[in-house]
Design a protein around this ligand. Structure first.
Ligand code: ADP
Ligand code: ASP
Ligand code: MG
Length: 831
């Protein structure tokens, strides 16, 4: 056996939670042990340390019944889980006797607490040690039954600490000598020791502990003294993640972080590893791997002296149960040594100061401390500064309770301007108030104190702002043809999008005119598919009565997601909703023309808000479906070209009808066929009146800087205005044949001149906008257009002799939805 072949494993409480998880631990230990020399450090079973602590506290309060109940639970939890792991009756007997013996020791301690009404730190350490004593001994016993290479080695024989008011301090020199003396002979004999984590021995021989979550530290100490090849810390997640996965479901695993980063992360709340774990490992440059007991093949996170890939920020951490201690006063500048006095006092009172923030004018100092120590800290400060308070030099000395710390950590932040801007902007966009801030001079972290109620949202928003979450949340207004097709396209292309853009499109909800469906984590794949293939929205389980559009937007605001896109696939008057969405910081993608074609003031509000807030407002699908008409126009304008004239056909329905007229078909028949093929709006008068085309032309005009009201468009319907006087669609259609003759005359006249009829949009900056039926030469680009295709001809200074022509399918649910999806992708690329 050479030293470098040793591996140190550690299984935390999450891995020791139940019979099935302990069975996994056993399997992993056997497998790793078949290829390496292994020392294993184990925690108490999950939750046991907390239970022991609770029993001690109940005893202090004299609550015997609760103590009894707690003891019973301890007995049951250990007995049931470990007995089930062995097939030997002798071992089961041994297990139950061992548990009883230890519980009677616990009982003695409890009696002492009940009797003396005292629960000192030493008694607490002794009491808590039983969690690890039980788990390690019982595990060793069940493993030895099957495989006699596994043995137990009690850390209290060699892990030596000094008591100190700040907790125990490991005597590394003694621990190394004693530890090697105990562990190496076992390894040399081919045995594999199982060591209880967390517990140790004080110099006076008493049982002590390394502090909560200290088993990680135990493992690092074992790894260091044995110069272990690596230390593998097994837990219940795949590694250190970009945020606590309980808060951010889409958090990703970090493959490699430096010791420094890991220490900072754990200090600031990512409790995957104990902060002190790094110290022994760094000293001997021993790599640590965080691995998952429940997914052992995953390589996990490697912690070494290198940082690996260095994005700006690696993780967002958070810590709760904290209190802010505020000291304020105009006279504070004149109090000598005020800062050092505060710190000395905090050290004396054993208060854990997590962060300080001091105004440079010295008018205020605030300390972030654990909620547990806030009472004693406040009392001690009032005592110490009594005279200064009386003299009014200190005006305010108080606590802000229920606060949390949120931080970003990563070596990549060093020297990168704008990082803190991004951090605070993310909080600002969610309207989360910051109570105090700090940035370490190492530039490894930026931290902010927020109210505890806000911390989850703060973590989510920061995670998104730094690109750690690649999720784009969509809320869809409108579940008609286009809406459904969009949902289907999102469903079908999600994997591809995730791969090519590294963005997950999640649909938070959908609404139509009657009902709505919302899911905080996004609709499931199955829900998307069934909506996409025609299941009515009201059939989707928990649909509740629909709130107003404004209420939905406020509800979405309450989810505190940073990148939400409101997609409008309705034909409703939703300008106020678009404006509110932009105000609340959402992006908007619309296939609905109405918000852009109603009052000019609405249009102006929309454009102003999107500029002011730096948001995306995409509307390519409002005309020409998925054809790149709007983006081409915008590119021409943005690259300094001067648009002289834009002409074209923007109605698939009227295009189809005109083609049929070319073939000699009467108008009424052409319209009937268009209706049969589903080309028309539900009310075909919308098409034939030209209103739909006029809206599209207004969007283009406004884009060109012709800021006109809708009524300023010179609109001539396809057929005489008198036909629009009929009340019902049926009456309108029944009388449409009266228009056939005059339309036929027009067609014939055009044909004589080698021309055809087309319903055309004609926009000239300076001259305004015309929409109506015109004769065009049949071999021109517009004249040769067939069927429901759309066309736009851009004549510009650059494209003067040969105008730029874009032509293609411009109507139908599938191309329109594709246009919307294209707009969503533009935003996905942008975030
Ligand atoms: P163990 O019992 O194995 O010591 P802990 O409960 O102490 O495990 O730590 C693992 C837990 O840490 C995970 O279940 C996870 O919820 C939490 N956690 C908090 N922040 C992070 C993070 N950034 N990455 C991974 N896990 C985190
Ligand atoms: N069992 C101890 C605790 O819960 C130590 C550990 O699990 O790391 O704090
Ligand atoms: Mg832990």
């Amino acid at each position: 056996m050479a030293d470098h072949e040793i591996l140190t494993l550690k299984f935390g409480g999450t891995s020791m939670g139940s019979r099935s998880s302990i069975a996994r631990v056993i399997k992993i230990m056997r497998e790793v042990r078949s290829r390496n020399d292994v020392v294993t450090v184990v925690s108490a079973m999950g939750g046991i340390t907390d239970s022991l602590l609770d029993i001690g506290q109940q005893a202090l309060l004299g609550r015997r019944l609760q103590v009894e109940a707690g003891m019973d639970r301890l007995r049951k939890q250990h007995s049931e889980n470990f007995s089930a792991l062995t097939s030997s009756a002798a071992s089961r007997g041994w297990i139950n006797r061992f548990i009883e013996n230890n519980l009677s020791d616990v009982k003695c301690l409890i009696d002492g607490i009940l009797l003396l009404h005292e629960f000192s730190e030493r008694t607490r350490d002794k009491l808590l040690s039983y969690g690890e004593i039980l788990s390690s001994k019982l595990l060793a016993r069940v493993m030895r039954d099957e495989d006699d290479v596994f043995c137990h080695c009690d850390a209290r024989k060699w892990l030596i600490v000094d008591w100190s008011p700040q907790g125990s301090i490991v005597d590394m020199a003694k621990t190394e000598i004693q530890g090697r003396r105990h562990l190496l002979p076992l390894l040399r004999k081919g045995l594999s020791p199982i060591v209880p984590g967390f517990i140790c021995r004080a110099q006076d021989g008493q049982t002590a502990t390394l502090g909560r979550n200290g088993s990680d530290y135990s493992a690092a100490i074992v790894g260091a003294i044995l110069r272990s090849k690596e230390i593998w810390i097994y837990t219940d997640v795949d590694g250190i993640m970009t945020a606590d996965p309980n808060l951010v479901s889409e958090a990703a695993i970090l493959r490699q972080v430096s010791y420094q980063e890991a220490a900072e992360m754990s200090y600031l709340g990512a409790k995957v590893v104990h902060p002190k774990t790094m110290i022994p490992a760094v000293l001997h440059k021993i790599p640590i791997r965080i691995k998952n007991t429940f997914n052992p093949d995953c390589p996990g996170t490697l912690i070494t002296d290198r940082s690996g890939r260095t994005p700006l920020v690696k993780t967002v951490t958070s810590a709760r149960d904290l209190t802010l201690l505020n000291i304020q006063g105009n006279g504070m500048v004149s109090i000598p040594r005020i800062t050092s006095r505060i710190f000395e006092l905090m050290a004396r009172e054993n208060v854990d100061v997590i962060m300080i923030s001091q105004s440079s004018s010295e008018h205020s100092i605030c300390l972030l401390i654990t909620a547990r120590s806030s009472g004693s800290a406040l009392r001690a400060l009032r005592e110490e500064f009594r005279s200064e308070i009386e003299r009014g030099l200190i005006e305010k000395l108080d606590l802000t309770r229920n606060v949390a710390l949120v931080s970003v950590v990563g070596a990549g932040m060093k020297g990168q301007p704008g990082t803190s801007g991004k951090f605070f902007d993310a909080l600002g966009r969610c309207r989360i108030n910051v109570l105090a801030i700090a940035q370490g001079s190492s530039e490894l972290n930026i931290s902010a104190v927020v109210r505890e109620k806000d911390y989850k949202h703060a973590v989510q928003a920061i995670h998104t702002a730094f690109g750690l979450t690649k999720d784009l949340y969509v809320f869809l207004f409108g579940c008609g043809n286009v809406g459904r097709t969009l949902l289907k396209q999102i469903h079908d292309n999600r994997k591809l999008l995730a791969q090519s853009l590294q963005v997950n499109l999640k649909v938070l909800g959908v609404t139509n005119s009657r009902t709505w469906k919302f899911s905080h984590d996004g609709l499931t794949s199955q829900e998307l598919q069934s909506l996409g293939t025609g299941t009515p929205l009201d059939h989707l389980g928990d649909c509740s009565p629909k709130p107003s559009s404004e209420e939905i937007i406020e509800h979405l605001t309450g989810t505190y997601r940073s990148d939400i896109v409101l997609v409008d696939a309705t034909a409703a008057e939703l300008a106020p909703a678009h404006i509110l969405a932009l105000r609340r910081g959402f992006h908007v993608v619309t296939a609905n023309k109405k918000p852009l074609t109603s009052r000019l003031s609405d249009y102006a509000d929309i454009q102003r808000l999107r500029r002011q807030k730096g948001l995306n407002y995409q509307y390519e699908a409002t005309f020409g479906a998925g054809l790149p008409l709007l983006s081409t126009l915008q590119d021409l304008i943005n690259t300094g070209d001067k648009v002289i004239r834009v002409q074209g056909c923007l109605s698939g329905t009227l295009g189809f009808i005109c083609s049929k007229l070319d073939e000699g078909r009467p108008l009424s028949q052409a319209v009937a066929e268009a209706i049969r093929l589903g080309y028309t709006e539900p009310d075909p008068r919308e098409d034939l009146s030209g209103a739909d085309v006029a809206r599209k032309s207004l969007i283009i005009s406004r884009e060109l800087g012709i800021f006109s009201e809708p009524k300023e468009t010179r609109l001539k319907p396809m057929i005489s205005k008198k036909f629009f006087r009929y009340r019902s669609v049926d009456d309108f259609l029944a009388n449409l044949w009266h228009a056939d003759a005059s339309m036929n005359d027009l067609v014939r006249q055009a044909r004589k001149e080698k021309k055809v009829l087309r319903y055309i949009v004609d926009i000239r900056p300076g001259e305004g906008c015309e929409v109506g039926l015109k004769m065009v030469t049949s071999d021109s680009p517009i004249g040769s257009l067939r069927g429901p295709d759309n066309i736009l001809v851009f004549q510009t200074q650059r494209y003067y002799e040969h105008p730029l022509v874009i032509q293609g399918p411009g109507a139908g649910a599938s191309v329109t939805a594709a246009g919307v999806l294209g707009d969503l992708l533009k935003i996905a690329k942008w975030i």
